[in-house]
Design a protein around this ligand. Structure first.
Ligand code: PLP
Length: 422
């Protein structure tokens, strides 16, 4: 059977497909794999208690229960959720949002598919625009989301060596030029895979560049601010009419509910709503109904700040210290731990490349993600010429401490072996 061009592109195996297959098998199947490869959030008791109690209340109210299972929401998303979110963001940050500035999507992953193809690709006048990623490494999930090829253009970072064990990426503003054919700039903050948090100053500069070039700045806040706030440094939430801020309930603890949030100017929100209608009729109601009370009470902010963030930060520091201690003496560095749920390990001059290490670790029962997937927008010759793309591993530490330490032990011994024996 021959599939259409669309079918060949989107029905084929992509980086994100194999990652989610790995994740599904490791977390949902019979396998004994230690899952340190996906972005599945931790199961945090306080967060789950809040949702359990809300679920009980929904079940005890016929009206709420009918909304939960028996009513389509509008294509733009649940009206009450959007209203409460608007009020929360205006009250906390003075953003002057109306309900016309917010749409929901079935997970923020689908929001990126819609936004990217809305703002880049082929235009009526025959021109072609790209999404510019001003700092690579960047999120694997963007890679295959363009309807056409060559959809992204990425810029290499400057690398600051903080100490012998730690480095940090910065946007290289000296070399960053917004290409004439850029349709939008996009960054994840915190960044998946590195846990980097772009500083307020970096965001300000990007915002300025985007406005000067009359293109939107997309900020992917799946791990970010104001919720779920997996940020261990300072980062101010920002929005204005030129920013498209994407949030999600997933990393707060509701990945299965598939609730993404887009905050943008009304023109963009209208288009998202239309695309939602064509692809899904409506957005799912489950996440909205479960979380709406947390918006109304503002508990989503306090839980993010007082429970979710410290939960991940404690795990992050423990995992970092353990791994660095196990790798002492080797020429490796970890990216500064600033947010998200990953360690990003740079194996300098390692004789074995990251894809092979991924395979070896999988055979030993530990799933990580090879770093080479996280350079969307570099063309193959740029990626080949930059050894760094073959020297990094992404390691997720959201699982139980016992599993994480066991996994890190295996990773460390495999890395030791690679340096000693190739
Ligand atoms: N953005 C980033 C940076 C992510 O890591 C993820 C998921 O891991 C997403 C977006 C998509 O998340 P979701 O579709 O669950 O909202």
């Amino acid at each position: 059977m021959t599939f259409s061009k669309f079918g060949q592109k989107f029905g084929a195996n992509s980086g994100i497909t194999s990652l989610m297959d790995d994740l599904g098998e490791a977390l949902g199947g019979e396998s004994e794999m230690i899952m340190m490869g996906g972005g599945n959030p931790a199961h945090i008791p306080e967060v789950q208690d809040a949702f359990k109690s809300r679920l009980h209340n929904i079940i005890n109210s016929q009206k709420d229960f009918e909304s939960l299972i028996g009513t389509y929401d509008p294509p733009k998303g649940n009206v009450a959720f959007i209203r409460e979110l608007r009020d929360l963001l205006n009250a906390e940050y003075g953003w002057h949002l109306t309900s016309e500035n917010i749409a929901l999507t079935n997970g923020s992953q689908s929001a990126f598919f819609m936004l990217f193809n809305l703002l880049a690709g082929e235009y009526d006048d025959g021109s072609f625009k790209q999404i510019q990623l001003p700092l690579t490494p960047e999120y694997i999930g963007y890679s295959d989301s363009g309807l056409t090829e060559n959809f992204f253009h990425a810029n290499k970072p400057s690398i600051e060596s903080i100490d012998s064990e730690t480095f940090k990426y910065h946007i290289n503003f000296d070399l960053l030029e917004i290409a004439g054919n850029s349709g939008a700039i996009c960054v994840s903050r915190p960044t998946n895979p590195t846990g980097n948090v772009l500083t307020d100053n970096e965001i300000l500069k990007l915002d300025r560049l985007a406005k000067q070039n009359e293109i939107p700045l997309i900020i992917d806040g799946a791990y970010g601010t104001p919720f779920p706030n997996l940020i261990f440094t300072e980062a101010t939430p920002v929005w204005n009419e030129n920013i498209v801020l994407c949030l999600s309930l997933s990393k707060f603890g509701l990945p299965a509910a598939r609730t993404g949030i887009v905050i943008a100017k009304p023109e963009i929100i209208k288009s998202i709503s239309s695309m939602n209608a064509i692809m899904n009729l409506a957005t799912g109601s489950f996440g909205s109904l479960l979380a709406v009370n947390l918006l109304k009470s503002r508990d989503i902010i306090s839980l993010s700040h007082n429970v979710v963030k410290p939960y991940y930060e404690t795990k992050a520091l423990k995992a970092r210290d353990f791994l660095l201690q196990k790798l002492k003496g080797l020429p490796v560095q970890l990216h500064k731990v600033e947010g998200a749920m990953f360690l990003w390990l740079w194996l300098k001059g390692c004789p074995v490349d990251n894809e092979v290490l991924y395979q070896r670790l999988k055979a030993k029962g530990v799933l990580i993600v090879s770093g080479h997937h996280f350079f969307p927008g570099l063309n193959s010759s740029e990626a080949t010429a930059w050894q760094h793309t073959k020297e990094c591993l992404r390691i997720t530490y959201s699982q139980s401490e016992e599993l994480v330490l066991r996994g890190l032990e295996i990773i460390a011994s495999e890395v030791q072996f690679a340096y000693q024996h190739g």
